[in-house]
Write a protein that binds this ligand. Structure first.
Ligand SMILES: [Zn+2]
Length: 137
């Protein structure tokens, strides 16, 4: 099966080793892409929990994060900017709402690195209008 993160690689050679915990992602992009995949597939709450900075995850639990809350369909990753142990990534994650309309979750995510691993802290979200032509693609 193709990886849900839209890398063009099979799931087994892309995000699967990360979301299952078999391997640790090294780059902030790998961490972020696998977080999208974990959300898209559901059932990988442990990965989401353990890549979420403890000071920012509030009352979230691995169990609550395993719920597939949206029908995520596509990911586009833009630039990642890294300065030392801080990074920011811009991405667009598309999902289909309960009316069958494609929506875009446009986020600027912030990550912090601790002992070689990246942790999501928070992000600025911008909900974009998706033109009909793009929604069909
Ligand atoms: Zn992937």
């Amino acid at each position: 099966m193709p990886c849900p993160c839209c890398s063009g690689k099979p799931f087994s050679k892309c995000c699967e080793p990360y979301v299952t915990g078999a391997k640790k992602p090294v780059t902030v992009k790998q961490t972020m892409r696998a977080r999208f995949t974990a959300y898209a597939l559901g059932g990988y709450g442990d990965y989401l929990f353990h890549t979420w900075h403890p000071q920012y995850r509030g009352g979230l639990t691995a169990k609550s994060l395993a719920n597939r809350s949206q029908n995520w369909t596509k990911l586009e990753v833009f630039e990642a900017k890294q300065v030392g142990d801080r990074a920011a990534i811009e991405f667009k994650a598309y999902f289909t709402n309960d009316k069958g309309v494609t929506q875009c979750h446009h986020e600027f995510s912030q990550f912090l690195r601790h002992k070689g691993r990246w942790y999501y802290t928070d992000g600025k979200v911008k909900m974009d209008e998706v033109p009909a032509a793009t929604a069909q693609a």
